[in-house]
Design a protein around this ligand. Structure first.
Ligand code: SF4
Ligand code: SF4
Length: 311
């Protein structure tokens, strides 16, 4: 019934084993209400398609994108190629990427109908084996509620296991509605102090905390996993980790998944012409992660880190 609803997806990755049980396909939806300074998927933060430029692939003698751009936003001289990002941000054609024959320009963010997405997932379903499925991530998947709900309903009708990863800065009623249609839910908890949360993500944490409480109290029978990104200098102080552990334990939840900060998304910032505030931040050491794990374990929580997650 909803098969024609369209959603903007900036990536689909098969064969993942980190975001739910078994072998999974990850679907990344564009648009997010937060703007975390360490975000590994900056191309998915805004609710629109964006052009990404990889200089290494660009052919020095080529000018195809210069000619193709209807907004005169590309300039090429002896020092290289430059995009006027202010114009690109409002571009409705992305003709430059269509003109590029060398994959130096590519578009992140393509509209799919639910039917088109399900065709991809049914193809992947043969590779999942027992226990695999699909995980909706982003960006923030609940930022496209009509598409997400329609896709989840179609997945259930096709007997696919589903998981949703959310930042939880979303309407509570919508989050509770999504619970009806997903098997697992991952919710990020980033900081217990609202001012610090706002400084790192652009928004306070009140709605997120309320939503975690609402899910915990919903009597939902799916698996609910709180995820804590460990971001050096932002949220890794013992005091904050203890406050997080106490909050999660008081709600009667049992598990926490720590996600160490990494810089795997750094090249995407370059490709988008953006500054990456965490470009020189080192990932947390093993000692820091072990100490964090001990804090959550002391609160009676089962705590596991990154890819060690026992899904
Ligand atoms: S994104 Fe649009 S404005 Fe920017 S270079 Fe490409 S065609 Fe031109
Ligand atoms: S069309 Fe592609 S290869 Fe040619 S100049 Fe533009 S980005 Fe470089």
């Amino acid at each position: 019934m909803n098969a024609g609803v369209r959603g903007l997806i900036f990536d689909i990755q098969g064969h993942s084993v980190h975001d739910g049980p078994g072998c999974r396909t990850l679907v990344f939806l564009s648009g997010c209400p937060l703007h975390c300074a360490w975000c590994a998927n900056p191309e998915g933060q805004l609710p629109r398609s964006r052009v990404m430029y990889r200089e290494q692939k660009c052919v020095p003698t080529c000018r195809r994108c210069v000619s193709a751009c209807p907004h005169h936003a590309v300039d090429r001289d002896s020092t290289g190629l430059r995009l006027d990002r202010a114009r690109c941000d409002w571009c409705d054609t992305l003709d430059c990427a269509s003109a590029c024959l060398h994959e130096a320009l590519r578009v992140a963010g393509r509209a799919y109908t639910v039917d088109e997405l399900l065709r991809v997932l049914r193809r992947d379903q043969d590779f999942w084996g027992r226990g695999g499925g699909v995980t909706f991530s982003g960006g923030e998947p609940l930022a496209q509620p009509e598409f997400l709900l329609a896709a989840l309903q179609e997945c259930r009708a096709s007997y696919m296991h589903t998981a949703v990863e959310t930042c939880a800065h979303v309407e509570t009623a919508l989050l509770l509605q999504v619970l009806r249609w997903t098997d697992w839910l991952f919710v990020d908890l980033k900081h217990m102090d609202s001012a610090a949360h706002r400084a790192g993500t652009g928004a306070g944490n009140e709605l997120i905390l309320r939503n975690i409480e609402a899910v915990a109290a919903a009597g939902w029978l799916g698996r609910f996993i709180v995820r804590v990104p460990i971001v050096p200098g932002f949220n890794d102080a013992a005091e904050n980790l203890q406050a997080m552990a106490g909050f999660v334990a008081r709600l009667g939840l049992r598990e926490v998944n720590l996600l160490p900060f990494h810089r795997l998304g750094a090249s995407k910032y370059e490709q988008l012409g953006l500054n990456y505030p965490y470009a020189h931040t080192e990932p947390p050491s093993q000692e820091v992660l072990l100490a964090a794990g001990r804090i959550f374990a002391a609160a009676g929580l089962r705590c596991y880190t990154g890819a060690e997650a026992p899904f």
